[in-house]
Write a protein that binds this ligand. Structure first.
Ligand code: PBG
Length: 325
């Protein structure tokens, strides 16, 4: 049989496969989401995310040194806020001495090169578990944007490198950018959660922060998973408003969105491999149904292949160890 295009020739040996490889995953691609709680010497396991913990600040500092030594260059910070500090205004979110602000400072003091990207949204601070201020069961847009601006300025003052709004309010990127410029934070960037879908894959994260919405769902601000063109619109708006990096979230089931954006936008795209994606791989691996290490590397490499420059992943530490050999 004469076959002119034997595609298998390029798969014959590992060396050939290495030579023609299109995508190479490295620790430079990773951001690690970290969960922080009040207290000292606390390391609390999150049952729906085996291997992931909520740490108090003292232990977080140790952890961050280790992350840096593994080659992880960025952290996304999420705090668990005491119930007594929650209300409907979210005002604890811009307390200059709040847990988030202390965490940002402490990490920058310990590992100044670490890129610190605190989450901006009101849900951990909200008695309703919603990302914004609530009135008559509605999540108010403009009032929430004012709160997010205060929150962002307090993060910048604490030393954040990037503000990372995950709330999906309209107009918040422009408002945050303007406030940063006006207050001398020209070099603080914005990584906007530009195309963030209302997703069932956030379940374990809400366990970690005890931040599940108290009523309803987040469909009036997060996107409908049936839509792709809307994601392009959202993302282009955020870029116009001054976003330096745009995020698609979740990852695995949404890589078509990443691939489409990659063709259209010229800013770096980040992807959030969310808590539910982590939990699925971990649960299957714990049952012996798939190979933990291979599934981690494959899932992350495929996210990169789709067009992501940065990947926020709970596997960052494990993957760094695998890649470092
Ligand atoms: C909330 C926020 C969520 C996540 C990141 N920021 C949850 C939500 O929108 O309800 C989810 C991350 C994950 O599942 O890993 N602003």
């Amino acid at each position: 049989m004469i076959i002119f295009n034997r595609n298998r020739r390029l798969r014959t040996t590992q060396a050939i496969r290495d030579l023609i490889r299109e995508t190479t995953l490295t620790t430079d691609d990773f951001m690690l989401p970290i969960f922080i709680s009040e207290g000292k010497n606390i390391k609390k396991a999150i049952s729906s995310m085996p291997g992931i913990y909520r740490h108090s600040l003292d232990l977080t500092i140790k952890e961050v040194k280790e992350l840096w030594s593994l080659g992880i260059k960025a952290v996304n910070i999420y705090v668990k806020v005491d119930d007594k500090l929650k209300d409907n205004t979210g005002k604890e979110a811009w307390n200059p001495d709040g847990l988030m602000q202390q965490t940002i400072k402490a990490i920058k003091d310990t590992v100044p090169e670490m890129v610190v990207m605190p989450d901006v949204a009101l849900d951990p601070y909200s008695i309703y578990g919603h990302d914004g201020i609530v009135e008559n069961n509605e999540i108010l847009n403009d009032e929430t944007v004012d709160a997010l601006v205060k929150m962002s300025l307090s993060h910048a003052a604490a030393g954040a490198d990037f503000i990372a709004p995950s709330d999906m309010m309209d107009g918040r990127v422009a408002a945050i950018r303007e406030a940063l410029e006006e207050n001398g934070f020209q070099n603080v960037g914005i990584m906007s959660y530009a195309a963030k879908y209302a997703s069932s894959f956030y379940g374990p994260f809400r366990d970690a922060l005890d931040s599940a919405p108290g009523f309803g769902d987040k469909k009036t601000y997060q996107m409908d998973f049936c839509n792709a063109r809307e994601a392009i619109n959202e993302t282009l708006r955020d870029i116009d408003e001054g976003a330096d990096i745009v995020m698609v979230k979740p990852g695995q089931a949404y890589l078509d969105i990443v691939a489409r954006l990659y063709e259209i936008v010229d800013v770096p795209i980040s992807v959030y491999q969310v808590s539910g994606e982590y939990a699925m791989i971990k649960a299957a691996a714990q049952n012996g149904w798939l190979d933990n290490d291979k599934a981690i590397i494959e899932s992350l490499t495929c996210i990169k292949r789709s067009g992501a420059s940065l990947i926020s992943t709970y596997f960052a530490k494990e993957a760094a160890k695998l890649l470092n050999g």
